[in-house]
Design a protein around this ligand. Structure first.
Ligand code: GAP
Length: 466
């Protein structure tokens, strides 16, 4: 059950190897292997003090974009455990499976659709097991949903599933939302939450895990308007990654699904892909789901789920455009994209002086501002402590008085803190401080009273350097 210990040195054009990102995440309290004291549990990870802030900031940024900025999008938080009929109606019981093959000799299990890629990676031409050359079984379908029992008696009637997508919580509440909030089509319902899939291939850190989080929005439209809405959301979602999360545009692209790639519910689908150190892969799926889900839930619950249009009194089952982003996968993208090892000079022994920087957008950085007294003595620590206390209410802050100031700046660069405020002897004379910028390492002098407004101003106008 241990974590995959194989070296993963694949790196992107800025040298972000997955191994470096995994080790930085661990050493700086972003992400730890789950249940590590017992040797870890593969494909599960825990978010540490800084990781949970980063994840929450990304979630808040998404919520603000989708729910706060759109007057016709409402929020929801449905239960993870749902009535088991949900998953019959949604098609997941019959269709949500991967084709699996086992090696008869070493017992390693593979997804048949990934064998070609694994063989290519290893430079193997024949059709035997890529691990040991043994004979492989025929492919069989393996359902990805986790099951558990509800109630004290283990009988088939109490079998339930852990949801494999958050979307169904929105579909089964469609009528509740319409009846209680007086929204008119087109409108959307947004939700963030955990989803679970018994994934067979789980490598590359938090990219594909058995327990993960999604940020999904179902946009309900009148049949016939779905293609226009699909194009609208396709553009909006790409813009969000670039403008709000600060992801490099050249590392993002669309991938249109061919007929063999489409999920069982989708008429048309496009992925937003990111260029990870291990290649181009999905970050978000945008799907035109027709009336598939609402119609099927109507059939399975015995009462059609439809919508009465007050404009023309027509009654119809709405069509759905879905935007489905991975929250935990977005954390990975943000980390990979922000990671930079920059040579900024030479050490005394002639070796390159390299600083590690996470160029997080200030809106999502786990710590927004560090307050540092140049030295602890002569009252500087007290002044810095007071500044930090005053900033706490509005910003995530960090106070540190230990060690040389240069080393403290480097520690802040490593966790992606965009701004450092330094208190020195001049502060005592004129109540001014140094404001240091992470990306450029530029330093300016500003009055203590001007710090909050200046931080807000710099965050609003942030443009990544490097
Ligand atoms: N409701 C539609 C749906 O779930 P999906 O393409 O299967 O569509 C959407 O998943 C997003 O959820 C993916 O683009 C990815 O970001 C995230 N995701 C899916 N499976 C994941 C896993 N095993 N680990 C981490 N993230 C995952």
């Amino acid at each position: 059950m241990g974590q995959d210990k194989k070296a993963n040195t694949a790196s992107n054009e800025h040298g972000a190897s997955m191994d470096r990102i995994v080790s930085l995440s661990k050493s700086r309290g972003l992400i730890y292997p789950s249940s590590e004291i017992y040797g870890g549990l593969s494909a599960t990870w825990d978010y540490g003090p800084l990781g949970v802030e980063l994840k929450k900031n990304i979630q808040d940024c998404w919520w603000k974009e989708m729910v706060r900025r759109h007057e016709n999008i409402l929020g929801l938080d449905a239960a993870i455990m749902m009535h088991p009929r949900t998953w019959e109606a949604s098609g997941h019981v019959d269709n949500f499976s991967d084709p699996l093959v086992d090696c008869k000799k070493c017992k390693t299990r593979f997804r048949e659709d990934q064998l070609k890629e694994i063989r290519l990676e290893k430079g193997i031409a024949d059709a035997s097991c890529p691990e040991c050359g043994g004979e492989l079984t025929e492919a069989r379908q393996f359902n990805l949903m986790f099951t558990t029992q509800m109630g004290p008696v283990e009988e088939s009637g109490s079998l339930i599933y852990l949801r494999p997508e958050t979307a169904q919580g929105i579909f089964v509440n469609f009528k509740n939302v319409v009846d209680t909030s007086r929204v008119k089509i087109p409108f959307g319902v947004a939700q963030v939450g955990k989803a679970f899939r018994n994934e067979i291939t789980t490598k590359n850190f938090i990219f594909r895990t058995c327990e993960f989080e999604q940020m999904e929005m179902q946009y309900f439209v009148k049949p016939g308007n779905e293609d226009e809405a699909f194009e609208e959301w396709k553009a909006k979602r790409m813009a969000w990654y670039i403008e709000q999360l600060g992801i490099k545009p050249e590392r993002l692209r669309y991938h249109e699904h061919g007929p063999n790639e489409l999920a069982h519910y989708a008429k048309v689908a496009v992925d937003i892909e990111y260029k990870y150190p291990f290649g181009w892969q999905e970050l978000e799926g945008i799907h035109s789901r027709t009336d598939y889900d609402l119609r099927r839930h109507g059939e399975f619950c015995g009462k059609e789920i439809n919508y009465l249009d007050p404009e023309d009194n027509s009654r119809f089952i709405p069509y759905v455009i879905e935007t489905s982003s991975g929250l935990t996968r977005s954390v990975l993208v943000v980390l990979v994209d922000a990671f930079h090892e920059q040579t900024i000079g030479e050490n005394k022994d002639g070796s390159p002086d390299i600083r590690t920087v996470l160029h997080f957008h200030p809106d999502i950085a786990p710590v927004k501002v560090a307050v540092l007294p140049l030295v602890k003595k002569d009252g500087l620590a007290e002044i810095a402590g007071n500044i930090e206390k005053n900033l706490r209410e509005d910003f995530s802050t960090f106070y540190d008085h230990g060690g040389a100031i240069g080393r403290r700046y480097r520690r802040m660069d490593e966790i992606g803190t965009p701004f450092c405020v330094t208190v020195d002897y001049q502060t005592k004379d004129d109540r001014s401080v140094t404001l240091r910028f992470r990306d450029s390492m530029r330093q300016i002098r500003i009055p203590i009273e001007g710090i909050p407004e200046r931080l807000r101003h710099e965050s609003r106008g942030y443009r990544r350097i490097q």
